[in-house]
Design a protein around this ligand. Sequence first.
Ligand SMILES: [Zn+2]
Length: 85
Amino acid sequence: MRVQCPYRCDYCLNLKGETNHWWLRPQDAIQFRLIRWDYAIADVEGYEHICSESCASKALSQWLAQASGNLVRPASKPELSLRTQ
Ligand SMILES: [Zn+2]
């Protein structure tokens, strides 16, 4: 399948060229992560497309702003035990 419609950066709306090295970010309120561009993941819903270091910083500031807003809920509630596997 050929992708005719190029990807756009979610922060500055740049179009992705074939040789650009971009990142993907899972929209995760708990953890800020950037992963290297992967076409298999780029189409998955819930991933942001990030074109550059400056857009990655924008993503981080936005995430930090959200994260501080999320501190309202109790911090010590053991609802997510990821250790049990
Ligand atoms: Zn960008």
